[in-house]
Design a protein around this ligand. Structure first.
Ligand SMILES: Nc1ncnc2c1ncn2[C@@H]1O[C@H](COP(=O)(O)OP(=O)(O)O)[C@@H](O)[C@H]1O
Ligand SMILES: [Mg+2]
Length: 239
């Protein structure tokens, strides 16, 4: 396994956000994590990248125990998080934001080429490459954040609700783009509320409810199970 999260628990004071959750992603795989608001999905990703400290459990990355690694160490080893809310630097240009993603790379020719591909795929970014990121729409900021994440050339990119707030057309383009970057060998761990879209590109998925993983399986298995809707709607799946 490329990423192997074992028995993870995360607490914020008295709130148990993640309870004994185990989630894994193989090399090159697309895995989805589904669940209603408050299920603990973002906390799982934050623990995986080292932004919150787990109360128990282990995080293995590429065979090494990464549980105590700093976020910088995880990034350097090829793990990237495109967080919810994007975290784009508004006082930098579109292109400067993209270059930030590639700051550790020495193959500047390849970086230029990859930035060109992003501009081709998302012409709105290309046309605004020298403008401040603050002029971008919500959807454009999301594309910029994903482009920046991919420019770090990670082995695994984790995305927290990338389709949130996008128009149906942009959602379509986003998922096409995710499939394309996955084809280059990049594994994806995708947290989504857009169940249908996420299951359309994932080979496996996990469903979280109240901090626990209550179901997992292939998209076919999950879609055939009544409990998926119950968990997604937060109406209380009987696990
Ligand atoms: N920084 C925080 N402090 C206290 N509680 C938090 C914090 N972040 C998240 N929570 C709580 O933890 C639970 C899980 O949140 P989160 O991981 O954001 O879920 P999801 O991403 O599935 O919506 C929720 O009950 C939420 O209110
Ligand atoms: Mg969240």
């Amino acid at each position: 396994m490329l990423l192997d999260i074992q028995g993870l628990s995360v607490r914020y004071g008295r709130i148990a956000a993640v309870r004994d959750a185990s989630v894994n992603v193989a090399e090159g795989e697309v895995v989805a994590v589904l669940g209603a608001n408050g299920a603990g999905k973002s906390s799982l990703l934050k623990a995986a990248i080292g932004l919150v400290t787990p109360n128990s459990g282990h995080i293995l990355f590429a065979g090494s125990d990464a549980t105590r690694w700093s976020t910088a160490q995880r990034l350097a080893n090829g793990l990237v998080l495109v967080p919810e809310g994007r975290r784009i630097v508004m006082s930098l240009t579109v292109e400067e934001n993209l270059l930030m993603g590639a700051y550790a790379r020495r193959d500047l020719e390849a970086v230029r080429k990859e930035i060109g591909v992003i501009y081709e795929r998302f012409p709105n970014l290309g046309e605004r490459r020298h403008m401040l990121a603050s002029v971008l729409s919500g959807g454009e900021l999301q594309m910029l954040a994903i482009g920046r994440g991919a420019l770090a050339r990670p082995r695994l990119m984790m995305l927290d609700e990338p389709s949130l707030g996008l128009s149906p057309r942009l959602v379509q383009e986003l998922f096409r783009h995710l499939v394309e970057i996955n084809r280059t060998g990049l594994a994806l761990l995708l947290v989504e509320q857009n169940t249908r879209k996420a299951l359309g590109i994932a080979s496996r998925a996990y469903v979280m409810e109240l901090g626990r993983v209550v179901m997992s399986g292939t998209p076919g298995e999950l879609l055939a199970d009544d409990r998926l809707e119950a968990a997604y709607l937060g109406t209380g799946a009987k696990a």
